[in-house]
Design a protein around this ligand. Structure first.
Ligand SMILES: Cc1ncc(C[n+]2csc(CCOP(=O)(O)OP(=O)(O)O)c2C)c(N)n1
Ligand SMILES: [Mg+2]
Length: 650
């Protein structure tokens, strides 16, 4: 109450009403050690209803995490550890960034999946070293969001025990009571239908009932658990209780005093924590230290009994592909035409033995996106294989993959679908970038050239839309060998996600004795070819499948023409000025971009005098080559555009 009041912004009501459950979880229930927030086998806590962040900050502070009261005083202020919504990397004990409703819910499913995978990999009878649970608090908004419904559906299908979700059934959202929007449906029954184990606790102040329900939920091994907890927002504030106003506005001085009086706390004191409270809450630290010590002992015994597993575990936590992986990457012979998605599939098979904790899958399109570790098993209710069949649940796939990436022993989890459906998962992709997660997004069918499926399936604005997300590397390799380097970038990148945009259609594999080595792709962009020496007259800059087209067009020009392949703008932009100026000399004003998508953003590379061969409309249903021809993506048309540009600027 005081923190929200001090910030004059925030969400007091939900945090207040949920205090009893947070108290139980942090003090008595969860296996966690406030002194070591990175303990690998800790239970994970996710506040999916991230707007109630003060609940988590208060719980972290009181249970002894390194989050001083001063940080609670600085709630929502610049540079504080207590941002408006919990953000990964700010306060210790915050496991994921939440706020966009439903995302945290689905992140938890990813964490549970990772747990299941590691448990199967490392646990042996009488030697269990992986055994944590995921606790989450979710709200009406969380449960209404589609992403949570997708995630709940797959969690039920996979029988993910170890998920203990508490649903804050306060029957209030921002715009009023849920009679407005969410009254007809029986939420518990819905979750039962998903295959969840559902319990009801009707009084959120009844600690015994809550404790009992949490214990039953935690013991449920083969089904995810939901506890429907009836709460009253802002309880015990006498006037704010059960009102939607208590959701997002400070209570006001008078109401804060009244609430403190109702609890028997001195209303004149703010940010006051009596010593008895700290003493009482110190049980969390004691319990945590004991639990971690007991686990460490078990781990030591396990290490001794299973040295090979121990070595495997150590390698997994290094979060790099196993030694030898670079040498194992394929190289593709020139002359053969190969779709970059096909190359991607071959690369994955080569990587398979070197990436044993890399898991992922597609949203029912694995056959099309070629993103399977062949023979590595399917993740099911009974076996934690490396291939996850996400079903047609792109949004949850994104958020689940993010959740897997939150587990440091998992390597570069990935999710895959057609590029067009990146839209269906975009909020999760954005969060992967915001959190700096090491996820991998593989999107194929990356242009109108996919053909007959038509404009509903043909991305045109997507390259630009995805490049607009800060900290996401968007890589569109030109041929099979650039695809190898794109995968290498994806596996080597630290601190953020990588997206691969791959073709459905075949593209030529360049003869690297005629053009520059593909390794230039490791710098994001490079000069692929030039007809003459010295400074070029004209530069054609292209990505992906349009690089071959640009090359053919450039060969026809009666000028000193250069072709630049620019598979990853973000990485190229990070290169030193000298390198970038060497590839795209500022003096050369005749620059033409060639990319099957909107031109938005290309001015950055082609400059004020440049031109763009682009697509400023939706695609069409026809064979790919016809569409490309109709839209100006032919050798003749591109060469003509380049020639016209050259004439205009010289
Ligand atoms: C995806 C998304 N849409 C909208 C919002 C804005 N918003 C924050 S909380 C909320 C709903 C509040 O209702 P509920 O989830 O029941 O939380 P309560 O008020 O009960 O704490 C909304 C719409 C959001 N955070 N995320
Ligand atoms: Mg609510």
């Amino acid at each position: 109450m005081d923190a929200v009041q001090a910030a004059n912004a925030g969400h007091p009501g939900t945090a207040m009403a949920l205090a009893p459950v947070a108290y139980l979880l942090y003090r008595d229930v969860m296996r966690h050690n406030p002194a070591d927030p990175a303990w690998p086998d800790r239970d994970r806590f996710i506040l999916s209803a991230g707007h109630a962040s003060m609940l988590q900050y208060a719980a972290l502070h009181l249970s002894g995490y390194d989050l001083p009261l001063d940080e609670l005083r600085r709630f929502r202020q610049w540079g504080s550890a207590t941002p408006g919504h919990p953000e990964l990397g700010h306060a210790p004990g915050v496991e994921t960034t939440t706020g966009p409703l439903g995302q945290g819910f689905a992140n938890g499913v990813g964490l549970a999946l990772a747990e299941r995978f590691l448990a199967e990999r490392w646990n042996r009878p009488h030697h269990e070293v992986v055994g944590r649970r995921v606790y989450a608090i979710c709200s009406d908004g969380d449960l209404m969001e589609g992403v949570a419904q997708e995630a709940a559906s797959i969690a039920g299908h996979l029988g993910l025990g170890g998920l203990v979700y508490v649903y804050d059934d306060n029957r209030i959202t921002i715009d009023g009571a849920t009679t407005l929007t969410y009254d007809t449906e029986d939420k518990g029954a819905r979750f039962e239908a998903y295959g969840w184990h559902v319990q009801h606790v009707d009084d959120s102040e009844d600690l015994d009932a809550l404790r009992a329900a949490l214990a039953v939920a935690a013991a449920e091994e083969s089904r995810p658990s939901l506890i429907v907890l009836r709460t009253h927002i802002a309880y015990p504030a006498p006037h704010a209780v059960d009102t939607s106003k208590a959701h997002g506005a400070p209570l006001g001085e008078a109401e804060v005093r009244a609430a403190k009086e109702a609890m028997g706390v001195d209303p004149d004191l703010t940010f006051h924590v009596p010593d008895e409270v700290y003493a009482h809450m110190s049980a969390a630290r004691e319990r945590g230290a004991a639990a971690q010590a007991e686990w460490a002992e078990r781990l030591a015994g396990w290490r001794e009994a299973f040295p090979e597993l121990a070595a495997d575990r150590e390698a997994a936590y290094r979060r790099r592909p196993r030694n030898g992986w670079l040498e194992a990457l394929p190289s593709f012979p020139a002359g053969k035409e190969l779709a970059t998605r096909e190359a991607g599939g071959a690369i994955m098979q080569a990587l398979k033995p070197f990436t044993p904790t890399m898991v992922g899958g597609a949203a029912d399109l694995a056959e099309s996106t070629k993103t399977e570790f062949e023979g590595a098993g399917v993740f099911s209710a009974t076996h934690a294989g490396r291939n996850i069949a996400f079903g047609i649940r792109e949004h949850a796939m994104g958020a689940i993959v993010n959740g897997i990436a939150l587990e440091p022993a998992m390597l570069k989890p990935y999710g895959s679908t057609f590029l067009i459906f990146s839209d269906y998962m975009r909020p999760a992709v954005r969060l992967s970038a915001l959190m700096g997660l090491e996820t991998l997004w593989v999107w194929t069918h990356d242009s109108v050239a996919l053909g007959e499926d038509g404009p509903t399936h043909q991305p045109v604005e997507h390259h630009a839309a995805l490049r607009a997300i800060p900290n996401l590397w968007y890589v569109r390799p030109a041929d099979a060998n650039e695809t190898v380097l794109a995968w290498r970038l994806a596996l080597e990148r630290r601190g953020g996600p990588v997206a691969l945009a791959l073709t459905r259609q075949k593209v030529p594999t360049f003869d690297r004795s005629e053009v520059a080595p593909a390794e230039g792709a490791l710098r994001g962009g490079y000069t692929l070819w030039q007809s003459g020496e010295g400074e070029p007259d004209v530069i054609l800059v292209a990505t992906g499948s349009e690089v071959a087209l640009a090359l053919e067009a450039a060969r026809r020009l009666d000028a000193n023409a250069r072709v630049v392949s620019l598979p990853c703008w973000e990485l190229f932009a990070e290169q030193p000025d000298e390198y970038r100026d060497d590839v795209l000399p500022p003096e050369v004003r005749a620059r033409l971009s060639v990319e099957a998508g909107i031109s938005l953003g290309w001015e950055r590379w082609v400059g004020d005098s440049g031109d763009c061969v682009s697509i400023e409309r939706f695609g069409a249903s026809a064979p790919g080559p016809t569409i490309l021809a109709e839209l100006g993506f032919t050798v003749e048309a591109v060469a003509a555009r380049a020639a016209a540009l050259l004439e205009r600027v010289s």
